[in-house]
Design a protein around this ligand. Structure first.
Ligand code: NAP
Length: 198
């Protein structure tokens, strides 16, 4: 594993792992899952790790990321700026994982959820005024969710299937590089990780 990838993947790939393996929903072959924020760092690991099951994956992101998500294994793509496309896939997902930045995609996520589906939010939880039938869970790491479970799993997965990296920017580890990283975090930027090279 290249050092850049090793330095950038563990926090978000672990979050993706626990989203799928944390016991929130008993995922099974034949299910449909929706991954909102699928082009981001957590989301694209979700798309890749979910292929451990024989599930249909609906990836929700910006149109510009459609081809990449299909390459990563998404079966269907929905642009979150296209209300018709969201409605078209309405109530089709058994399990919805919302990895959109600050839950920006939560409304789309709830539209996609089947009756009585499970929604896992990575950032916060939507209130239950809309789609109260959907079970809502907030993914917070518990003491039982330890790295000695997830890191060996991820390395094993990487060796067997590979994992695409989610590095959006590589900057020099200098004062100017760090300033630039903050500027990117606070402004408009591509989804994915910012890493520094020493
Ligand atoms: N609970 C935990 O343990 C944990 C751990 C890590 C991260 N997080 C949280 O998870 C979230 C994602 O983190 P990340 O590092 O993966 O971020 P990221 O790489 O910046 O990805 C953000 C994702 O949000 C999507 N997005 C932006 N606006 C959207 C909208 N209006 N509707 C739907 N999707 C939208 C982006 O899509 P496009 O780029 O295609 O537009 C992208 O897929 C963050 O809020 C972070 O705080 C939680």
């Amino acid at each position: 594993m290249p050092l850049d990838f090793a330095g950038s993947f563990s926090a978000t790939a672990s979050t993706a792992y626990w989203g799928l393996h944390g016991g929130f929903y008993p995922l099974k072959d034949g299910d449909t899952i929706a991954i909102v924020g699928a082009s981001g760092s957590v989301g694209s690991f979700l798309v890749q790790l979910a292929q451990e099951w024989d599930v249909k994956i609906i990836a929700v992101a910006s149109k510009k990321n459609e081809a990449r998500l299909k390459e990563l294994g998404a079966d269907m793509f929905v642009d979150y700026r296209d209300p018709e496309a969201i409605e078209q896939h309405g109530k089709t997902a058994d399990f919805v994982l919302d990895a959109s930045l600050f839950n920006a995609g939560e409304h789309a996520a709830l539209i996609l959820a089947k009756e009585n589906a499970t929604y896992v939010g990575m950032t916060t939880l939507p209130d239950n005024s809309y789609r109260p039938d959907v079970k809502r869970v907030f993914l917070s790491r518990t003491p039982a969710m330890t790295n000695d479970i997830v890191i060996p799993y991820l390395f094993d997965f990487y060796e067997k299937h590979g994992l695409a990296d989610q590095i959006a920017y590589t900057l020099p580890f200098t004062v100017d590089g760090v300033k630039e990283a903050h500027r990117l975090l606070e402004g408009t930027r591509n989804s994915g990780k910012i890493i520094f090279k020493v």
